[in-house]
Design a protein around this ligand. Sequence first.
Ligand code: GLU
Length: 288
Amino acid sequence: MTLPTFRFAPSPNGALHLGHACSALLNARLASQTGGRMLLRIEDIDTTRCTPEFEAAIYRDLEWLGIRWEMPVRRQSEHFADYREALDRLIAEGLVYPAFMSRGEIRAFIAQSGKKWPHDPDGAPLYPPADKALSERERKRRMAEGAPFAWRLDVAAALDRIGNSLYWEEFTDETLTATHRIEAEPQSWGDVIVARKEVPTSYHLAVVVDDAIQGVSHVVRGRDLYLATSVQRLLQELLGLPAPRYLHHRLILGPDGRKLSKSFRDTGLAALREAGVTPAQIAARIDM
Ligand code: GLU
């Protein structure tokens, strides 16, 4: 029998705050209650923003909270070959295309269209269809010239490929006793980036590849990633990866009612620790 497998997957591009504590403590508690495994994954594909100092601080903060995890820790920056393999499959199957437009060119394209342009759930305009229509020859020519590009998922082709409606199973609450089916709507994000010219992955691709390789059965993370699940389910289907079940937990909000960010000094775990706050007080403050 395979054990329920949970993971906490922070990016070492800033200091952990109360929101991270909530996620990490919830994963650890559910792993322990179900007799399952607790994994820690360091999501450091963005080598320009992630630092060894932030990574070391993650271990310190989690240990201080009393969280234990299996070793070795999977660090995404050590597994680009795994993501490359998944990307190559998507390329070979014609499900991704090189997208050459800069932000400025996207803006200009949209302005010229004179249309009311759709935006993704984060408020960014959907990627224009122009590059999808380029001939193979033109793509090769631009790539050979060294033009900057990103690999984008052709969402229409991807949905055609799977042919069915796409769902995920979301737990109704932290007891993990029941789930309900949520219809995935990856088209709301348009043709998302799945890799960059120099980096053979994006957040979405690395997450689905890693969750599969690590045998993650329960993805427990904040509600800020709820809508990202649509894209990740689509990639899982395209790559033939198993679908974990999901629990998107409430977010810890700042005093101003807004989502916490890594730059909020007063809710950073290290800052709270230095101010004499105890792990028990942290757990009480986030109602864990
Ligand atoms: N690395 C992501 C973050 O720090 C979380 C990824 C996930 O839980 O799927 O927001």
